[in-house]
Design a protein around this ligand. Structure first.
Ligand SMILES: CC(C)(COP(=O)([O-])OP(=O)([O-])OC[C@H]1O[C@@H](n2cnc3c(N)ncnc32)[C@H](O)[C@@H]1OP(=O)([O-])[O-])[C@@H](O)C(=O)NCCC(=O)NCCSC(=O)C[C@@](C)(O)CC(=O)[O-]
Ligand SMILES: NC(=O)C1=CN([C@@H]2O[C@H](COP(=O)(O)OP(=O)(O)OC[C@H]3O[C@@H](n4cnc5c(N)ncnc54)[C@H](OP(=O)(O)O)[C@@H]3O)[C@@H](O)[C@H]2O)C=CC1
Length: 590
């Protein structure tokens, strides 16, 4: 891809400085192409090896951040490759922030787009202010802080709104994958998300003298008049919480009273617990022999896998759908509608059934939920129920209808960690920080839609990657460090320059299935269609692509025979320390 930036010596001297940057870039690229053009059938050496290359090569670092941002916006430079091309990770972050901030302003979705990201640390960090803000609220016995990288995916179009979604993770490949899914959704006219139910729950354990007493208590609570009295007591403790339902379960002499509350923009665990105490006081007046054993009796059920959340819902119950166009599935995801349905059915539905899964009928909803919870200051321990999800794929004509149903997304935009400056910045990027003053709960609703649609994006990309057998390759590429950005840049220059000699286009080398293929024109074909970018050129490039594509059901022997594309050899002894500093003895072979 670096061949795109091959510039003539004339250009390098900036004699064209008066031209807009993109025009300069195109002119210089054309000049470079002309300089390297060889007659058909000529055996001239590839560009990388020629003398012309060395003088003509021009690296991106010579451009200003403003110019680089413009190139990214004009799809002349891939925003994903900035670290490698600039050989400077901090600058890459700066340019990406500039691009993201300008995109937020252009989307027109949020107020104060130019300052939304200001408090998301990316360099200097006000640790004193941070310690002040967490004291007495978020953590005790503090000894420091844990930096977790935050990336951004999108544009993601949901319910007609465009989002740039911040995600905090240390799992390489997760953002690349979710981003691909966002692109697939947005290229297919967006996603639609609906909230079916909203009720954060707390179920105290009340102990009574007999099962008859328990039944009497249940009947009393369920009478409309008493239910209203309990509701009034509950609601008296909060300006924003509104009790929705009371569900009573009995096990012998144990009574579990499950209060479900609409908590406005808060996730609401403190809020609902406070309301519960007041309602129990009233209950106790009528049932003096009842004893409160535990304020949480686990029927809530908080921070544990439980069927009650899966069936009844907890927090917001959300369903989100999209119809992926056939050409998007084929050209962007490199697979087919039928293959994705086949993988989903046999993995997410049957596989999860065989595993006895509880709300885990999905590929990796938890990945996206966790990254979004950490970025937005939501409680990561609630990922367990918030990521319960069933992913359904069905044919819609020749296209693919895809949905995620998530009955228990527990999130808030006020309370807990959401008001810390960095986390609040992530919420500002989504246009839903803090309390919604026009419609209480609308900000948390927005966040729930973002969570569900981002999960949908993650499902799309991972199911496709499994269908094309790309999972391991993606993780070896993006989850393990093999070389420094500078070394990667040199590799990129070498591989792209030689390819450019033959084609006049930059290229990217990629592996699909168990083979490696060279994708021509990759670097100038990225870019979102919503901003006028074309489809990934890979499908168009590709008779070779056909040869390396494995449909689900490919015989295992075919993989083996096709030769390894991944590093797979291990030495019998660990002679020197690896990148993890591990040079200890290997485990004995059983
Ligand atoms: C890695 C890809 C996306 C490559 O996929 P690709 O099709 O080769 O990518 P591409 O280079 O052709 O780019 C296509 C688009 O992908 C995105 N993309 C591509 N690269 C980047 C990047 N660096 N940064 C940001 N976005 C990126 C981006 O949207 C890009 O479009 P563009 O913007 O260029 O026009 C694909 O192979 C993939 O999605 N693999 C799956 C990886 C994955 O989903 N990992 C999740 C974790 S797996 C796990 O933890 C759970 C598991 C698996 O155990 C659960 C289970 O049991 O199933
Ligand atoms: N207590 C427990 O058992 C558990 C607690 N947690 C922790 O609880 C915290 C979250 O509790 P949560 O109750 O959400 O947060 P908070 O305890 O911070 O309470 C939310 C506060 O925001 C106020 N508020 C202002 N505007 C709004 C609005 N628009 N909508 C809703 N509330 C508004 C509420 O007012 P008002 O007082 O009038 O309601 C309330 O004081 C997290 O730190 C989480 O980790 C997690 C699990 C269990």
């Amino acid at each position: 891809m670096a061949a795109l930036f091959v510039r003539s010596a004339l250009c390098a001297q900036r004699q064209q400085a008066h031209l807009p940057v993109v025009a300069r870039l195109l002119t210089s690229t054309t000049a470079a192409r002309r300089a390297t053009k060889t007659p058909k059938g000529s055996s001239a050496a590839p560009l990388a090896a020629s003398a012309t290359t060395n003088t003509a090569r021009m690296h991106l670092p010579s451009f200003s951040n403003e110019e680089l941002a413009e190139m990214v916006e004009n799809r002349k430079v891939s925003v994903h490759k900035l670290e490698t091309l600039l050989e400077d990770t901090q600058r890459a972050v700066d340019v990406r922030r500039m691009v993201t901030q300008r995109a937020l302003a252009k989307d027109g979705n949020i107020k104060n787009a130019d300052t939304a990201m200001d408090d998301l640390p990316h360099g200097e960090f006000d640790y004193r202010g941070f310690y002040d803000s967490i004291h007495g609220t978020n953590c005790e016995a503090v000894i420091g802080y844990m930096p977790v990288p935050v990336g951004v995916v999108g544009p993601l179009v949901v319910n007609g709104q465009t989002f740039r979604v911040p995600m905090a993770t240390t799992e390489g490949a997760l953002l690349a994958s979710t981003n691909r899914g966002c692109r697939a959704i947005t290229m297919s006219d967006g996603a639609t998300s609906v909230i079916l139910k909203n009720g954060m729950t707390r179920a105290p354990l009340v102990r009574v003298p007999s099962v008859a007493y328990a039944a009497e208590m249940k009947a009393w609570i369920e009478s409309p008049e008493n239910k209203q009295a309990l509701t009034n007591a509950f609601n008296s403790t909060t300006r924003f919480g509104r009790l929705q339902d009371i569900d009573v379960r009995i096990a012998g002499r144990n009574v579990y009273v499950r209060f479900a509350c609409h908590c406005g923009d808060a996730m609401g665990m403190n809020m609902v617990t406070k309301g519960t105490v007041e309602a129990l006081a009233l209950l106790n007046e009528h049932f003096p022999e009842a004893q409160m054993i535990a304020l949480s009796g686990n029927v809530c059920s908080d921070k544990k896998a439980a069927a009650i959340n899966w069936v009844e819902g907890r927090g917001r119950s959300v369903v989100c759908e999209t119809i992926l166009k056939k050409n998007v599935v084929e050209n962007l995801l490199h697979t087919t509608v039928d293959d994705m349905i086949f993988v989903n059915q046999n993995k997410n539905l049957i596989g999860s059934a065989v595993a006895g899964s509880l709300g885990g009928f999905n590929a990796h909803a938890a990945n996206i939920v966790a990254a979004l919870f950490i970025a937005t200051g939501n409680d990561p321990a609630q990922v367990i129920e918030s990521s319960q999800c069933i992913t359904v794929l069905e044919k819609e004509g020749e296209d693919l209808h895809m949905s995620v149903s998530m009955p228990s997304i527990e999130i808030g935009t006020v309370g807990g960690g959401t008001s810390l400056p960095a986390q609040a910045a992530a919420l500002k990027m989504l246009g839903c920080q803090g309390a919604n003053r026009e419609a209480t709960g609308a900000n948390a609703d927005t966040l729930a839609h973002v969570v569900a649609s981002s999960v949908l994006a993650g499902e799309i990309s991972l199911i496709a990657a499994l269908a094309t057998n790309d999972l391991l390759k993606a993780h070896i590429d993006l989850n393990r460090k093999t070389s420094s950005p500078a070394e990667q840049a040199q590799e990129a220059v070498a591989s792209n320059t030689s390819s450019a000699a033959a084609t006049g286009h930059p290229s990217a080398t990629t592996t699909r299935g168990m083979h490696t293929s060279s994708v021509v024109g990759h670097a100038i074909t990225f870019g979102h269609p919503s901003t006028g970018g074309p489809l990934n050129a890979r499908a168009a490039s590709s008779s070779a692509e056909q040869a390396i594509y494995y449909a689900p059901g490919t015989r295992l022997s075919t993989f083996a025979a096709s030769g390894p594309a991944l590093p797979h050899s291990v030495s019998s002894s660990a002679a020197s320390a690896d990148e993890y500093g591990s040079d200890g003895p290997m485990l004995p072979v059983p």
